[in-house]
Design a protein. Structure first.
Lengths: 138, 148
């Protein structure tokens, strides 16, 4: 008899957005030193990839941890509609106070997805570019 | 501890259908996947084995042996097959990637003798995958390998 297994399901989503890394309490010189090119006042953008991982029991009737028919519209409504083709600094309320680094974007998306009713949110992983990725698991 | 991952691909057909559901329920729950003519995917399987490298060989395991295990246990069983009809280990289960991950874990776990099977990740498409690992807490997901 095998040991108990842990199963998770991961789905990848995409959005494109602009941002600027800048902290108003730093001097311009400090912002330039800390954030480099990312502090450019006009902003810049990325094609973000968001990996959403849910875990929990597999329903024997459906074979599923979560039905994509429920997960996809939830992520679309809570995250993609709000973030896609937006300016993160100006249009996402959390980033009026916080710098929209991808660390903070991970946490904000985790906060938005946490209430997903059909399964336990296990992890949010974001690829800001194909070379940089960030994860938050609560 | 070192983790070693080997990737292998196979192509297979499946559909989702629960005979206990009405036709209307099957359509509502499973959507396009409920088409009884079936459809298919190019599955990508990533198998991770964890262990300490043998000081003499510098290896956790002989990758050729892992390659042979994956060929024999998974590819020969599933490649260019219909998962609903031709893979007895999936009989009575909906062939979702969650169930497939658990079935693959149970096929591989007893065969991996050097190192320990650490994770099975099965991609149904580049944007959807399931992971199966041993449940460190012994409670978590509530999914057991031999669960019907």
């Amino acid at each position: 008899m095998s040991a108990p297994l842990k199963l998770s399901l991961t789905r990848r989503y995409r959005f494109a957005a602009s941002h600027r890394l800048h902290n108003a309490s730093f001097s311009e010189e400090e912002n330039a030193r800390i954030y480099g090119k990312c502090a450019n006042p006009h902003g810049h953008g990325h094609n973000y990839i968001v990996e959403v991982t849910v875990a929990g029991p597999v329903d024997p009737a459906t074979g599923m941890i979560a039905n994509l028919g429920e997960l996809d519209p939830f992520v679309e409504r809570e995250v993609i509609e709000a973030f896609d083709h937006k300016n993160l600094n100006d249009e996402i309320p959390a980033f009026r106070a916080e710098v929209p680094t991808t660390e903070n974007v991970c946490r904000e998306i985790y906060r938005r997805l946490r209430p997903f009713p059909a399964a336990r949110l296990e992890r949010v992983r974001i690829e800001e570019t194909s070379n940089n990725s960030f994860e938050f698991a609560g | 501890m070192i983790r070693v991952t080997r990737k292998v691909e196979f192509s297979a057909a499946h559909y989702y259908h629960n005979p206990a559901f009405s036709a209307e329920e099957n359509r509502r729950v499973f959507g396009k996947c409920s088409n009884l003519h079936g459809h298919g995917h190019n599955y990508v399987l990533e198998v991770t084995v964890a262990g300490e490298p043998d000081p003499a060989t510098g290896m956790v395991l002989d990758l050729k042996e892992l390659k042979d295990i994956l060929q024999r246990e998974i590819v020969d069983r599933m490649d260019h097959r219909h998962l609903n009809h031709e893979v007895p280990e999936l009989a009575g289960k909906i062939p979702t990637c969650e169930n497939l991950a658990a079935v693959i874990w149970n096929l591989l776990e007893p065969k991996v003798r050097q190192g320990k099977l650490d994770r099975v990740r099965i991609y149904e498409s580049p944007d959807l995958f399931a992971d199966c690992t041993a449940d460190a807490n012994g409670a978590g997901a509530g999914a057991h390998g031999n669960r019907a």
